[in-house]
Design a protein around this ligand. Structure first.
Ligand SMILES: Cc1cc2nc3c(=O)[nH]c(=O)nc-3n(C[C@H](O)[C@H](O)[C@H](O)COP(=O)(O)O)c2cc1C
Length: 187
């Protein structure tokens, strides 16, 4: 089984991005299993705190990301970029010689009630993931625009095109994880 951990950029109970993460989970190939990560208790990064050690919420996330075969980012766009809470989580996990993003396969999905579906945050997130040496899947990209018209009140996706793109991305992510593992394996 491939253990995939999911980071949702929104904490909102009725988050569309959380609905999108659940949709991705439901369309994953049988070899993949999703574990959503909780980051509500992560404090704002402070180098003086870091100098004394990782806070428990950060230490737990580091461990879960380290053990994962892949990392799924599902996030809204805030002011054309990465929501501060999610960026703060990445900043914490990026610290330490043994930071857990290095070499980790990742995939990105974004959703917004606006027309472009968070296109701008995707490229900012890709740039940040480059710095931490994550191996981010390039295509298919998933931007869910006008998201409020694509999920019903029960959080189910009613849009066939969205289901198709998300399913295709999950299939590509499974292949990508295999390719990254083969690349990392000793010859
Ligand atoms: C601080 C803030 C900034 C936002 N900036 C953008 C933005 O730049 N682009 C966009 O498409 N939507 C923006 N929005 C609207 C969000 O896309 C919308 O609130 C969305 O539903 C949040 O995702 P969620 O449903 O997963 O919580 C912003 C929302 C907030 C709270």
């Amino acid at each position: 089984m491939l253990n995939i951990v999911g980071l949702c950029g929104s904490l909102r109970a009725a988050s569309y991005n959380r609905m999108l993460m659940r949709l991705a989970e439901s369309l994953m190939p049988a070899s993949m299993k999703l574990q959503p990560l909780e980051w509500r208790d992560v404090p704002v990064f402070d180098a003086d705190v870091f100098a004394k050690g990782f806070p428990p919420a950060v230490a737990s996330l580091r461990e879960q990301v380290r053990k994962a075969d892949g990392l799924l980012f599902v996030t809204p766009e805030y002011n054309f970029s990465i929501p501060g809470g999610l960026k703060n989580v990445i900043d914490w996990l990026s610290r330490g010689e043994d930071q857990p993003f290095a070499g980790k396969p990742a995939a990105i999905l974004t959703a917004s009630p606006g027309p472009v579906g968070g296109a701008r945050v995707q490229y900012d997130l890709r740039k940040v993931l480059l710095f931490v040496n994550a191996m981010t899947l390039i295509k298919p990209e998933v931007f869910v625009g006008n998201v409020a018209s694509k999920f019903n009140a029960d959080g189910q996706c009613t849009d066939e095109t969205t289901r198709k793109f998300v399913g295709a991305q999950m299939a590509a992510f499974e292949q990508w994880i295999g390719a990254v593992k083969r690349m990392a394996a000793p010859a």
